[in-house]
Ligand binder design. Structure first.
Ligand code: PLP
Length: 399
């Protein structure tokens, strides 16, 4: 932990982490469940001796736990290295030259860049827009259908705004058109109840590290009967859908996190988190002018709020807050040396200046009410200070 020198004494700086949509800490219970699989239980799950069988049984228990979280059969779960691989496997596993896919303008780059790459291989793609709240209109999806449409892929929850799409309606459109439906549920899993049958999807990706399991593990739900071309060839792991020795400890961690996520829905943990999120958001809005919520008015996951602070640069605010011990983020990306505003916020119609003045706060299960008070002590002050210095202050935010 970084330290400060204060009156000649070293003092630890308090750090509060509100960037759980980027990655979330492994919960102690998850870590404890994983621990034996680094040492005593080291077997290869494909080995037929005692060590292998012990590991195989644990992997299958984890598979059942993930399946219970998603409402599917254990045999429909394929373990992956994370959300990116799950999204890639869904798209590349289904689509070939001449096929058409429908996606949205606000998907994660794991979907957007896969889709662009597929276009370079002879696929056609339609990117449906979103409205000012960040919502896809299911009718736009319906209108985009073509005779050669093979897949609709629309995310369940957006990573920047937390906005939840009408996936059930989109699932019905896909079913009526006899088209596959994939949803990237990486930012929804563990935060809102999921049921693949209710959603009506054929494929759904999740990622461990967004739900307090480790980085580098995830899962793809593949509805029974869906013919997916694998991306990795080798042994017959994961029923020949994903070759490679399993990341056993990661899978055990994902299984434990899935079990805890299910219990948390019954235990009211998400009410606790949404109460903290709402306090953070409401207090900031009450204290600052020219500030608002991106995605307001749409259903959102309970842990995320994305706020704009007109007349400042989001990056500058992230750095100012980090220097004081608060970790948050912007959705901006650095491309060829220039900071590009978030593609999600610009697709929602935000002017570039406002998109660049936006910050995402995302809470996790480890956060406590005093973390929110800590953030509330810092954010309004830091924004006011940056606005005092800002040359943008005298310009309008709509440029
Ligand atoms: C919506 C969404 N999809 C996919 C991913 C990629 O997941 P992973 O980091 O596990 O590859 C992320 C990660 O930020 C995400 O937020």
């Amino acid at each position: 932990m970084p330290s400060l020198l204060k009156r000649g004494k070293m003092v630890l700086m308090r750090r509060v982490y509100l960037d759980n949509n980027a990655t979330s800490p492994v919960l102690p219970e998850v870590f404890e469940a994983m621990r034996p699989y680094f040492a005593e239980h080291f077997g290869n799950a494909s080995s037929i001796h005692h060590h292998g069988q012990e590991t195989r049984a644990a992997v299958e228990r984890a598979r059942a736990s993930v399946a219970a979280l998603l409402g599917c059969r254990a045999s429909e779960i394929v373990f992956t290295s994370g959300g990116t691989e799950g999204d890639n496997l869904a798209l590349f596993g289904l689509l070939g030259s001449g096929d058409h896919l429908i996606t949205s303008a606000i998907e994660h780059h794991a979907v957007l860049n896969s889709s662009k790459h597929l276009q370079s291989r002879g696929c056609e793609a339609t990117y449906v827009p979103v409205d000012g709240h960040g919502l896809v209109d299911p009718d736009d999806v319906r209108r985009a259908l073509r005779p050669n449409t093979k897949l609709i892929t629309i995310m369940m929850a957006n990573n920047e705004t937390g906005v939840l799409q009408k996936v059930e309606e989109i699932g019905q459109i896909a079913a009526a058109a006899d088209v596959y439906f994939h949803t990237d549920a990486v930012q929804a899993a563990g935060k809102v109840p999921l049921d693949v049958k209710r959603i009506g999807c054929d494929l759904l990706s999740i990622s461990g590290h967004k739900m307090h399991a480790p980085q580098g593990v995830g899962a793809l739900y593949v509805r029974k009967g869906t013919r997916l071309e694998p991306m990795l060839y080798g042994g017959n792991h994961e029923r020949s859908r994903r070759a490679g020795t399993e990341n056993v400890a990661g899978i055990i961690g994902l299984g434990k996190a899935a079990e805890m996520a299910r219990q948390a829905f019954d235990g009211g943990d998400w009410k606790r988190i949404s109460t903290m999120r709402d306090r953070l958001q409401d207090k900031i809005l009450a204290e600052l002018e020219a500030t608002g919520v991106n995605g307001d008015g749409a259903p959102r996951v309970p842990n995320t709020t994305n706020l704009y602070f007109d007349f400042i640069e989001g990056e500058a605010l992230v750095i100012a807050l980090d220097l004081k011990g608060l970790a948050v983020s912007t959705g901006a990306a650095c491309s060829s040396g220039a900071i590009e505003p978030s593609h999600v916020l610009t697709a929602m119609g935000l002017p570039r200046a406002r998109a660049r003045a936006s910050l995402r706060f995302s809470l996790g299960k480890q956060n406590r009410p005093d973390d929110i008070e800590f953030a509330l002590d810092l954010v309004p002050q830091a924004v006011a200070r940056l606005r005092e210095l800002s040359p943008l202050r005298h310009a309008t935010a709509s440029k």
